[in-house]
Design a protein around this ligand. Structure first.
Ligand code: HEC
Length: 454
């Protein structure tokens, strides 16, 4: 979509959106309903704030913010960031601050960055920081833009994954009845809750995943999902239940996941991700319905597979970190665990996926080379509500160790131990690496283990 040159003064975006198209003076733009094209003229006399976003700012917002802060608010984002006027309002949660002031703080907030996880290019971060630091001025005359607010590239979430030649993709659908094969949309109650959908492993033995992702239906009520293998009885196939928190459940293993703003995950061509051969899957959705009535959702999680023999390198997920943690009340604390490459071959790490609970703030991983050199290979803010995969290839040579350190801020009045419910804490740095299982320390999983390598 192209947008006309932006005038220096005119009706505010909000005014434009509710006015007849003729109220905007700039030809060709009014009909788009696009705020950056707000027209010049006296039509905006009643507007509280007049101005337009510079094009560079619009582009940075489209790419980094509007997936959540769009016309439709997603995943608990409190306000839209679509127009110039949006930045001049007072913040929803901190009414003493303007949105522009809070945006500047959150963009550069190491502990709770925006976008969540700090996933923004240095260039876009600078564009936004410079503009906000300058007091978020209106666009210069003639600042034109081919990108319009709301033009987020992220619309393919509705189309989902389509099998490529040789692949078979499996859909795990959200549904309402307690029976296998049911396709009635799931009725999402108002407020927030976790629902676990159980199904038998649908793929035959000997398959690996090439990609996983989601086909999202009612994006306004979705927050995140985690897919686990489960040791529960196969008779649960087709049923679902509400659970109180994000419990992983006995001997469950995390296979895949997604959170609002996240993307589908594709493994590099030479790699396939190990999958359980049989048994039960537990798909745990976190729903967040901010409406006043229940909403229907028919989203699905998708796993695309090929026979393991088609892939050169089989990747398995290893849980690095520690289960030996105890967080004192009202304090920041760290916990860490170390794993060794005790094989005689290099281990290739393809991606990291940090996992803590609500008090988790940061994950770092450092490799100690066998010659004593220390390299920090991962250092990211953590946000429970936005758990992100970080593709990152690196090699752990024989004799190298990798230490993963979680930082927590226990803001509660109680000491918090390790545990599975979201009121307790975890410290896992999930790694995807090959050869499969080579990073494991061959000790059986012990709750309370100081170094988890399993
Ligand atoms: C993946 C979704 C997502 C993306 C992308 C995102 N945000 Fe947010 N944002 C949220 C959520 C959820 C909240 C509320 C929870 C919180 O404050 O952490 C929030 C809160 C905020 C707040 C605080 C508002 C208040 O009233 O407290 C600001 C400011 C903000 N975001 C700015 C931005 C900016 C600027 C960008 C882009 C550079 C961005 N966000 C990208 C989801 C997102």
């Amino acid at each position: 979509m192209s947008v006309s040159p932006v005038p220096t003064a005119g009706s505010s975006a909000e005014n434009l959106l509710t006015s007849p198209p003729t109220a905007a003076g700039t030809s060709g733009a009014a009909g788009t309903g696009v705020s950056a094209a707000a027209g010049a003229g006296a039509g905006g006399a009643t507007a509280p704030v007049a101005g337009s976003l510079p094009c560079s700012v619009t582009k940075a917002l489209v790419t980094n913010c509007q997936k959540c802060h769009g016309a439709q608010l997603v995943g608990g984002a409190p306000m839209s960031l679509l127009t110039y006027a949006d930045f001049k309002k007072m913040a929803v949660t901190k009414p003493a601050l303007t949105v522009q002031a809070l945006a500047l703080m959150r963009l550069n907030d190491a502990a709770a960055p925006m976008p969540p996880g700090g996933m923004i290019s240095a260039e876009h971060k600078k564009t936004l920081t410079d503009w906000l630091s300058a007091g978020a001025p209106t666009a210069a005359t003639g600042d034109t833009c081919t990108v319009a607010p709301g033009d987020t590239a992220d619309t393919d979430y509705k189309s989902g994954l389509t099998a490529k030649p040789g692949e078979t993709c499996y859909n795990l659908l959200n549904h309402n009845a307690q029976t296998p094969g049911d396709t009635t949309p799931y009725s999402v109650a108002t407020g927030e809750h976790y629902e676990q959908f159980y199904s038998k492993v649908p793929w035959p033995a000997g398959m690996v995943a090439t990609r996983f992702g989601s086909k999202l239906d009612n994006i306004a009520v979705l927050h995140h999902w985690l897919l686990f293998s489960s040791a529960k009885a196969l008779t649960l196939d087709g049923t679902h239940e509400t659970v109180s928190g994000s419990q992983i459940g006995d001997t469950a293993r995390l296979l895949a996941g997604w959170a609002v703003g996240g993307d589908n995950v594709t493994l590099p061509d030479d790699m396939g991700l190990e999958l359980p051969a049989s048994g039960l899957l537990n798909l745990q959705w976190h729903f967040y319905n901010q409406g006043t009535t229940s909403a229907m959702d028919a989203s699905m999680v998708q796993i695309c597979t090929v026979p393991a023999a088609m892939k050169k390198n089989i990747v398995s997920m290893t849980w690095l970190g520690t289960e030996n943690l105890s967080l004192p009340s009202h304090q920041t604390a760290t916990a860490s665990g170390t794993c060794l490459n005790d094989s005689n071959a290099p281990i290739t790490i393809w991606a990291f996926w940090p996992h803590m609970h609500k008090l988790g703030r940061r994950m770092t991983s450092a490799i100690k080379r066998s010659n004593g050199m220390l390299e920090t290979v991962f250092d990211k803010a953590f946000d429970f509500n936005h758990q992100v995969h970080y593709p990152q290839q690196l090699k752990l040579m024989p004799g190298d160790t990798i230490t993963s350190t979680c930082t927590f801020n226990n803001t509660t009045d109680k000491g918090v131990p390790f545990g599975e419910s979201t009121d307790t804490e975890m410290c896992y740095q999930f790694t995807f690496a090959w050869p499969a299982h080579s990073l494991e320390n061959h000790a059986s999983s012990l709750i309370g283990a100081s170094n988890t390598c399993w």
